[in-house]
Design a protein around this ligand. Sequence first.
Ligand code: SAH
Ligand code: SF4
Length: 344
Amino acid sequence: MGKRNIVGLLPQDLFSWFEERGEPAYRARQVALWLYQRGVSCFEDMTDLPVKLRRALAESFQVGELHIKERLRSQDGAEKFLLTLHDGNAVEEVLIPHRGRNTLCVSSQVGCPVGCPFCATGRTGFKRNLNFQEIVEEVWLVERERRLKVENLVFMGMGEPLLNYDHFSKALRVINAREGLRIGSRRITVSTVGVPGAIVQLGRDFKEVNLAVSLHAPDNDLRSLLVPLNRIYPLSSVLRSVREYITLTNRRVTVEYTLWQDVNDSAKDAHALARLLVEMLVHVNIIPGNQVAGSSFRPASSERIERFVRILKENRINVTVRKSRGRGIQASCGELYRIQEGKT
Ligand code: SAH
Ligand code: SF4
């Protein structure tokens, strides 16, 4: 039988293994401490465990199963990692140092089934969900490799996290746990294109995690063009779930709106968006579009971005414009795709 991957498991997942060997439960806690707090990747180095136990662990478990195939560093300090998975598939993640804090942008799926036409991930199609251990390992691996602590975590890499809710939420628990990676809930942001049932579930399960919803358009016709899932979950149902989420959590939600020239950046669109959001506890984050290979969507000009922002402000909508990081290494929003495919 193959060895089980231990990265992503918490002490309670290991108790039965220790119990079978007549070992006390606190040994499982020691292992978790070595793994998640001290970033050790080899049982041999867990020096406060008896040698025999270290050997037995190494016979039953492997420590991690992702590999860094390539890393690229952008001039602004952002660093992109291409990770290969056990089955040969690959995902990307981006580490963004900012004012002394490290933000990591992780993936939740290999590719994405939503297929937004402006997004590099969406254009590559969908391969599979990541399992919870793979998601945890994205964080674990970077912390260990770069010898740093990830302070902020954003699910804005490849994939739609809320279409992989079971594994995504299991990973969140481990990432957040005191005996896991200890990243505070308020420092975790989940970006979703809008899966109503899962938005409400998120509000029930994780009251303190931040939610960002990719709206991109103020009406269904336009939104269905930009976000194909809108045909299944139209704007009204997405906004209804966001309202319910706010009632459940009392948290301000971020509305992401990517601006594309002559597509969704008119004054009329800005007014319509303001009307949609005016009574809601939200903050709009304007994302200047990054044009990706094969896409005909062009980034809105700075004049049009300014006008859009001004109209929202005039209508008392809280708004900021996202600064792009990771340019030049295809690590900005929506630019994540598999490097090897980009080369062919
Ligand atoms: N699937 C989720 C999370 C990953 S995408 C979602 O769509 O929300 C994270 C953010 O990047 C989303 O707001 C998405 O709309 C945005 N994005 C995707 N492609 C982009 C591009 N080419 N330029 C700018 N933003 C993009
Ligand atoms: Fe998927 Fe998000 Fe890209 Fe749309 S923008 S294809 S939902 S990753």
